[in-house]
Design a binder for this molecule. Structure first.
Ligand code: HEM
Length: 539
């Protein structure tokens, strides 16, 4: 038999009626190609509309992954420039990554001030940050936030607080920071300035929040378990933002991966906080009313207050308050100063002007005898307008908090016409705002402190164009203190040393809650000679 029954009956590639060959594999391929072409055209059309291609299932994730490999903040800035300041990010299906990203000052003012009540931090972010930040000021909304804000605000604006912060900063700089820097000069070694500044601000803010000095900035730069735990906890928390909620929750349940790291590090933070709270409670019992009034650390202040039921705050809540303030005060001014020193190294004319201003101010002193170990006085720091402008310019380009977030709790429309449904997450891109020509003009990417000066005096900018310190009712509580701290530290260093960034040291931002330099800031210090300062005195 030539034609076997097997071929006629069993082979589905022949049409029984016509005997014509049917090639399902070719049709499948054609169909597949057609679908692919459709998907690509559709995704690219979406690119025109949304700024990025939107792929089935994964949304804009492929572009995000590429952005993460390059420079996340630059990547966001470029999309926002193309999209006139606002775009909708579409994450993979069934994840929480969908959000509206904006750098339009009108929208930023709308969400931070005009419609403040409609844009709280919201349940999603609160949930992600809850293990580390609890009910502390950064993570709270409504009454819980209001109560902390009000109390801390009274405290931050009191003269007692100012005296305490000025004194503790002076001691930290002169007894701890300068000797460590001097040691590096004597040994002729390179140092990681970012690490040293982080230690300085950590010790400083622990004194403000807890009233204790952990001693991170000490000779030999010891590793302090509390500081280490704090750093690991913030890093592990960030990972939750880029991990689908279900995945990190499963990891948390089984205590594995980054969630295990997070849990262990939070234990470290809690154990330090618990110790301080327990000890302070015993101390407070023995204190006279006058002694209590002398103390201006936040822990002692909040310990003396009562909640709505007339009960003292729980230890957990006291812990949350302090941990949030430490986060607020540690990572912000230190990274801002690191970017500032890096920019100064690249802009020697700005450095000359900063130095010239300091020297002019010192020259006004009646008694210049202490010049050898000069300590800047608060009224002198206030007079440093050019330094103030240079730090603001540095924060404009490298804001310590590069992106921030809100969640809209009722349907709303942005001033630019974008419609937002209840529950939409909104990201305001502070880093990108510093790179918008519409806000700062054609030279927006240049480091030019003069843009902040009118007739030599510093002129502040609207918080909705320069959002480095946030704006509206949640404006940074530590803004005045932060400027004083940064100016005092920068002036005390620059008056004594030339800070030279090590050649070829790679500089890039790290993906974190705050704008760390990924590889730190390796520098070498050179002691300024008397003649350097005499030249600058003459200017
Ligand atoms: C260069 C230094 C600083 C910058 C750029 C900065 C920036 C910011 C930003 C952007 C926020 C809003 C965060 C948010 O709501 O998500 C904020 C809030 C806050 N900052 Fe600062 N900060 C700095 C220094 C400090 C310091 C030194 C302290 C305290 C010692 C501090 C205390 C606070 C507090 C308590 C809040 C929460 C305000 C609220 O939610 O009502 N900040 N800061």
């Amino acid at each position: 038999m030539n034609q076997t029954p097997h071929t006629t009956i069993m082979n589905p590639t022949l049409f029984p009626a016509t005997g014509r060959k049917f090639f399902p594999d070719i049709h499948v391929i054609e169909l597949f190609i057609a679908l692919l072409v459709f998907v690509v055209i559709h995704s690219l059309r979406q690119r025109r509309r949304n700024g990025l291609p939107v792929w089935p299932f994964v949304g804009m994730l492929p572009s995000l992954v590429l952005g993460l490999r390059y420079d996340m903040y630059e990547w966001i800035s470029q999309i926002l420039c193309r999209q006139n300041g606002t775009f909708a990010f579409k994450g993979p299906w069934f994840t929480n990554l969908n959000c509206i990203v904006t750098s339009d000052p009108r929208n930023v003012e709308h969400l931070l001030k005009t419609r403040f009540q409609a844009y709280p931090k919201g349940p999603y972010f609160r949930h992600v940050l809850r293990d580390l930040l609890g009910d502390g000021i950064f993570n709270a909304d409504d009454e819980i936030w209001q109560k902390q804000r009000k109390t801390a605000s009274i405290e931050f604006h009191s003269s007692k607080f100012r005296r305490m912060t000025t004194k503790s900063l002076l001691e930290l700089v002169h007894k701890r920071l300068l000797p460590v820097l001097q040691e590096s000069v004597a040994q002729s070694t390179e140092i990681d300035l970012q690490d040293i500044l982080l230690r300085l601000t950590f010790d400083n803010v622990c004194m403000i929040a807890f009233g204790v000095d952990p001693g991170c900035l000490s000779p030999g730069l010891p590793e302090i378990p509390f500081a280490k735990a704090f750093e690991t906890a913030t890093e592990a928390t960030i990972l939750r933002f880029v991990t689908p909620t279900l995945v990190w929750k499963i990891m948390r349940h089984f205590n594995i991966g980054p969630e295990k790291k997070l849990k262990d590090s939070i234990k470290g933070v809690d154990s330090f906080a618990d110790d301080v709270i327990r000890t302070r409670k015993k101390e407070v019992l023995l204190m006279s009313d006058d002694d209590k009034k002398q103390r201006s650390d936040l822990l002692t202040i909040f310990m003396g207050l009562k909640d709505e039921q007339g009960q003292p705050f729980s230890d957990n809540f006291l812990r949350d308050i302090c941990v949030n303030f430490i986060l607020a005060g540690r990572d912000t001014s230190s990274v801002a100063l690191s970017w500032f020193f890096w920019l100064l190294d690249r802009n020697p004319t700005v450095e000359e002007k900063v130095l010239g201003e300091m020297c002019r101010i010192v020259k006004e002193r009646e008694d210049e005898s202490e010049n050898g170990n000069l300590i800047f006085r608060p009224e002198e720091v206030k007079k440093m307008e050019y330094l103030h402008a240079a730090l603001s310019e540095s924060l404009r380009l490298y804001p310590s908090v590069p992106v921030d977030h809100k969640e809209v709790v009722e349907d709303d429309v942005f001033p630019d016409g974008r419609v937002l449904n209840k529950g939409t997450k909104v990201v305001y891109a502070i880093y990108a705002m510093g790179r918008m020509e519409e806000i700062w003009g054609k030279d927006c990417r240049e480091f030019r402190p003069e843009r902040w000066l009118r007739d030599g005096r510093f002129m502040s900018e609207s918080a909705y164009r320069f959002t480095a310190f946030n704006g509206g009712p949640r404006l940074c509580l530590g803004k005045d203190f932060a400027y004083y701290q940064m100016k005092f530290v920068a002036a005390s260093i620059l008056y004594r040393y030339k800070v030279e960034v090590v050649a070829n040291h790679p500089v890039a931002p790290k993906l974190a809650l705050t704008m760390y330099m990924k590889h730190g800031l390796k520098v070498k210090l050179w002691k300024r000679s008397k003649s350097d300062l005499q030249v600058c005195h003459k200017n």
